[in-house]
Design a binder for this molecule. Structure first.
Ligand code: HPA
Length: 251
C-alpha cells in the first residue's frame, strides 16, 4: 500500500484537523493507509482524528490528505509530531495546507467561520528543529502566494475568510479567561494546540505552507460558555463543507 503513495508523487498535501477529516471525501478516496503502517508514524489517540493518509485526486493530479494529526499534548516530542511532514517531503510534496480547529479571539470573527493564518505565535515551548538545523528564517512561514490563492477562491465563492495570527499552546486543557486576555494582548486572533510544529518543519524542508483555522468556538471567557471537545468536533464537521469548497477552488 505504501508503494501506491510513493509512486503517485503528490505535490500537494492537506492536513485535516479535529472534525475536519471528512474534507478528504471531496477529493475522492483512491487509496488509504493508516499512520500505524507508515514507518516512523503512529496512530492518533484523539477522538475526531482518524489517523490515516488518503490519496485523492484533484483535477487529474494526485493529492495527499492526512486525516488527523499527532499533538504535543499526547506526550510526544515536536520531532515525533512532525514525522508526517517529513514523510510528505519524502513523497515529493512541495506545498502543504495545514488545517485545524481553533478558538476565536478577534471580536469581528464568527464561530463556524474560517481564518486564514497570516502568522503564528509559538507558545508551545518547543520546536521540531531542536538539535538543528539552526536559525531558519521564519519571516514568512505562511507564503503570500498561497494566501492570495485562498483569498481569491474565498471571494469567488462568496465565503468569508477572516485573516489573523494563530497562537499555539501546549494544551491539552483549554485556556483560562486570563490566558485568553494575555493572548489578545500578544496579538493573537485565534488559539489552538497544533499546526505550528508542522509549519516550522515544513518551512525548514523548503515546503510552501498555508494554514486555515476552523473557528469552532469563542475562546474561553469571551462568552458565557464552557468548552467541550465534542462540540469542537461537531462545529468542525458542520463547517467542513465550506472548507472543502475553498480548498478545491484554491488549489
Ligand atoms: N482553545 C484551544 N484549542 C482549541 C480551541 C480553543 O478554544 N478550540 C478548538 N481547539
Amino acid at each position: 500500500m505504501l508503494a501506491i503513495f510513493q509512486n503517485a508523487r503528490p505535490e500537494t498535501a492537506i492536513v485535516l484537523g479535529s472534525g475536519l477529516g471528512s474534507v478528504a471525501e471531496a477529493f475522492g478516496i483512491e487509496a488509504e493507509i493508516s499512520y500505524a503502517e507508515v514507518p516512523g508514524l503512529s496512530a492518533s489517540t484523539v477522538p475526531g482524528h482518524a489517523g490515516r493518509f488518503v490519496l485523492g485526486n484533484h483535477d487529474g493530479k494526485p493529492i495527499l490528505l492526512a486525516q488527523g494529526r499527532r499533538h504535543l499534548y499526547e506526550g510526544l516530542t515536536a520531532h515525533e509530531v512532525t514525522a508526517s511532514i517529513r514523510f510528505m517531503h519524502e513523497l515529493g510534496v512541495k506545498r502543504v495546507v495545514l488545517t485545524n480547529a481553533a478558538g476565536a479571539i478577534h471580536e469581528s470573527f464568527h464561530v463556524g467561520g474560517l481564518m486564514l493564518i497570516t502568522d503564528h505565535l509559538n507558545l508551545q515551548g518547543t520546536t521540531p528543529l531542536l538539535g538543528g538545523p539552526h536559525f531558519h528564517d521564519m519571516s514568512e512561514v505562511y507564503g503570500l502566494s498561497l494566501r492570495e490563492k485562498l483569498l481569491a477562491a474565498a471571494s469567488s465563492l462568496g465565503l468569508t475568510l477572516h485573516q489573523g495570527v494563530y497562537a499555539a499552546l501546549l494544551g491539552p486543557q483549554y485556556e483560562t479567561p486570563a490566558e485568553i486576555r494575555m493572548l489578545r494582548t500578544l496579538g493573537a486572533d485565534a488559539v489552538g494546540m497544533s499546526t505550528v510544529p508542522e509549519a516550522i518543519q515544513a518551512r525548514a524542508l523548503g515546503m510552501e505552507v498555508a494554514g486555515l483555522s476552523m473557528l469552532t468556538n469563542w475562546a474561553a471567557g469571551l462568552k458565557s460558555q464552557t468548552l467541550h471537545h465534542a462540540e469542537v468536533v461537531e462545529v468542525g464537521q458542520a463547517a467542513s463543507h465550506d472548507l472543502a469548497r475553498l480548498l478545491k477552488a484554491a488549489l
